[in-house]
Ligand binder design. Sequence first.
Ligand SMILES: *Cc1c(COP(=O)(O)O)cnc(C)c1O
Length: 755
Amino acid sequence: MNKELNRKLMTFCGKPLEAASDEEIYTALLNLVQELGQKNVKPVTGRKLYYISAEFLIGKLLSNNLINLGIYDDVREILKEAGKNLSDIEELEPEPSLGNGGLGRLAACFLDSLATLDLPGDGIGLRYHCGLFRQSFQNDVQSEAPDFWLTDNSPAEKTDIVYPVQLAGKEYSARLYKLKVTGYNGRTNSLNLFDLDTVDESLIADGISFDKTDIEKNLTLFLYPDDSDEAGRLLRIYQQYLMVSAGAQLILSECEARGCDFHNLADYAAIQINDTHPSMVIPELIRLLGEKGIDFEEAVQIVTDTCAYTNHTILAEALEKWPRHFLDQVVPQLMPVIEKLDALARTRTDDESCAIIDNWQVVHMANMDIHFTHSTNGVAALHTQILKDSELANFYRLYPEKFNNKTNGITFRRWLLECNPALAGEIETLIGPGFKQNADELEKLLDFTEDEQVLKQLTDIKKANKKALADWLYHKQGVTINPDAMFAIQSKRLHEYKRQQLNLLFLIHQYLEIKAGHTPAVPLVSIFGAKAAPAYTIAKDIIHALIALSKVVAADPQAAPWLQIVFVENYNVTAAEKMIPACDLSEQISLASKEASGTGNMKFMLNGALTLGTMDGANVEIAERVGNDHIYIFGQSSKQVIDRYAKGDYCSHDWYESDPNIRRAIDFLCGPEMLKAGHEENLSRLRNELLHKDWFQTLPDFNAYLVRKGQAMADYAHSPQEWSRKALVNIAKAGFFSSDRTIAEYNRDIWHLGK
Ligand SMILES: *Cc1c(COP(=O)(O)O)cnc(C)c1O
């Protein structure tokens, strides 16, 4: 046992560990992590990165910090000897859900990799009092409640640093909170989060509704307030400007303290703009440099050299654009700068689609980013190609040298070492510990693809993880699932482009086949985790339909032994860490061309699941690495999809008319069994949507999906050993998807940190 650690923990507790409560030990552990992390804070020389993002979906921090500090096992042992259980203590920590999904989780993985690679790089964001809403199902429909995560011993430390920020002509004080980010055997960086002292949680009324106009009290209450009305959209601009103005002031003051004279800002700072939410940092920096006496032309050059932009989506509705009068109202001080930037951009091209302020007085944030940063990157090879070929083709012609790809990644510390210690331990036994810092070493696992004992071991680990998930689900939701069944998991935000509705149609089909006496090759447990945006009606209808179907199947003694459907409540990072290690088949079935990258796909692969997916986002690069024998690919290609949109001739009703399987599944949605289990309003709205719109082309991929999924189930049933061999190949080839690799590429091509 580690005596030194034991003594420290006791000192922090103020009593023997045996006599301390779990809460007291939790606080002591936070103090310990804080003290040890502080030792790894290092002075900055040369260029430092500021990763600005409206979201950091960091998840719980305690275990991750213990792992990164290299003391997880010691602490667990010490607690065990005192009769305490570390996982009980982990339960006490509230999850900071300061992000919606992939984009926010990526930012969190990047902070971990920056600190691990010993690179100077801090995050800048907002200290939301409530993260993404807490989801529950009331009467089989999604219901939203606020998710408070701030407690008295919150890990984000209050500082005395305050910056003035002008919002709608009034001055507010943005206070800085610092959250330490400790890398694995690396340095400690900071996540800088801004907040107003005046924000008032008692403003929250029913559910997640609140007075959206009382800026002083509501500014950082919620991550992404509902933007289905004008007050909500204005609030987003208020939030964004608070973040970038305070962030820009922090950057300038830190650089100045290190000797920067602002003319050479780009030698001291690199700023990465994570999607368009922080885009106003460009005009804000130009404005602030102007106050310091730097003229407009030079300020534009300095900011262009300092900033880089990441594009995360090609869904047109997600590329932010604001009516000019919104900005006139909230940030009048920026408008003269934005106007000058628009005029400057118009001297470079007369292509109207590249304008910052268009003819309808709408301000296009992404356009401003591309003109006035030195780098625009996509997040997977296919995504970047689509940006160059179609979505941003006009910009690519103008600035070919600015475009580059950085395929996303995930941190292996959280998504393997922390969430799947049994698998991590087995890997270490086989190939040594080097893979924890050099993920490419996982390829050494390929030496064991014919080793029956190793394959059996992998199967056993998966089985144990499935049992653990079953226990967790039983305690959480009271459902019992069969761990001997195949587990297929689709967990990600609920969105039509991700096509949970395709999975729904498959499950209806499977149920009806079982009823017709055609039992599948293996029993299937189909598990979902997904939150729908509060104002996204069809997404909520899909959740409802899946829950209604799960009731129909569970109540049917003929079908229940072969098929179970479970919707996990409140999908978040904590839930993901339980679900992903237990997965056999990873559902990555977005409409080709729509998922920029995906990172869930990488987490599942790393944990030994096989992917059932379309040729979309990073699935393409997964397929390239593992080879077609180790992945189940189906469906239209991105080219076919893009052509179909261009022609505009897709008619879902034709598919319904001509394909009896499709017709049977869609009609079942509003048949007597479903209407008995669910609500007619939701079910018929969803059926109509599929029948008359189906904007994300579910029906053309339906049969290919049936066939491929059936193939995967047959393979799983036929030979567990062969399945395990394929899983091993997936793990061995996952090294490329480490966010350490992604960050090294950003640094090599864009940031050049520490130099
Ligand atoms: C990884 C992750 C996501 C992103 O999943 P995708 O399948 O890439 O959309 C979303 N939410 C949570 C909690 C995650 O951990």
